[in-house]
Design a protein. Sequence first.
Length: 96
Amino acid sequence: MSLRPLQDRLIVRRSEPELRTAGGIVLPGSAGEKPEQGEIVAVGPGKRGSDGGLVVPQVRPGDRILFGQYAGQTVKVDGHELLVIREDDVLAVIED
């Protein structure tokens, strides 16, 4: 199964949670918080602006992004947990 996002929605794969603290303490899987960053898997075509024209998203597949803690809807596809969010929920693009 595959997902094709509509309008300005994005499909995001969350980054893996940190299982070790800065001091070197190993955390159990249940103790780690879900990270608020991930990689964009798919991007919708955009949404209609007030003038009726298509507003193209500023992000693209492969971009690493930061998003709000409560942003989007979590879905499971082929055993993988993905997040469906709106482009407005993206706080920043992580650049290396």
